[in-house]
Structure formats: C-alpha cells, structure tokens
Design a binder for this molecule. Structure first.
Ligand SMILES: [Zn+2]
Ligand SMILES: [Zn+2]
Length: 100
C-alpha cells in the first residue's frame, strides 16, 4: 500500500526518473538517468536479440550481421548458394540476392 502511494506521487516519480542507472547488457558502458533507459535499449549494441531469420540463437545486436554471414545455420544454404552463382561484383549490384 505505502509503496503504491509513493509511486503514484508525481513529484517522487520525477525523482525516480532522474536516478542514475547503467545498462544491464554485458559489455555496454552506457550510463544515464532512468528516464533515458528505455530509449537506450532499442539501439543498444550489446542487447541480446533473437536471430532475425529465426535460427533460434540469441545474438548481440552488434554481432548480428556477422552471425548472419558466418554462423547462422538458417542462412548457410542461402549464403553458399549466393557464392556459387555470383561473384563479388555481382553481389554488389544485388545486395540481397538470397531473399529474392
Ligand atoms: Zn546498453
Ligand atoms: Zn541465425
């Protein structure tokens, strides 16, 4: 009861929003106030996100491109198929050949 009353108090809420916090993602050095915390989670490079083509792995956001290129089991056949049928110069003209 008492805690709920505290949190519903607008002035106290403002104080809480200005508490110093740090990002909980391992390796991230972001520090700021609580108010900015949610905004940081979206672009945080150290956030663990599920592989975006669904191989089931959790990958650091900053490592996702590398995962898709080199380590993703779901992407492997696409990757090999691209390499077989196109040289590097052709790949540049068609940035997403595997998804067409
Ligand atoms: Zn972070
Ligand atoms: Zn994957």
């Amino acid at each position: 009861m008492r805690i709920q009353q505290l949190f519903s108090d607008a002035a106290i809420n403002k104080e809480i929003l200005e508490l110093n916090v740090y990002c909980a993602n391992q390796g991230c050095s972001w520090r700021s106030i609580l108010k900015d915390f949610e905004e940081h989670q979206e672009p945080c490079e150290y956030a663990l996100i599920p592989c975006n083509i669904g191989c089931g792995h959790m990958v650091l956001r900053k490592a996702l491109a590398c995962h898709l290129e080199k380590a993703c089991p779901n992407n492997m056949s696409v990757f090999l198929a691209c390499c077989r049928s196109m040289g590097p110069s052709e790949l540049q003209k068609n940035p997403l050949p595997g998804f067409l």
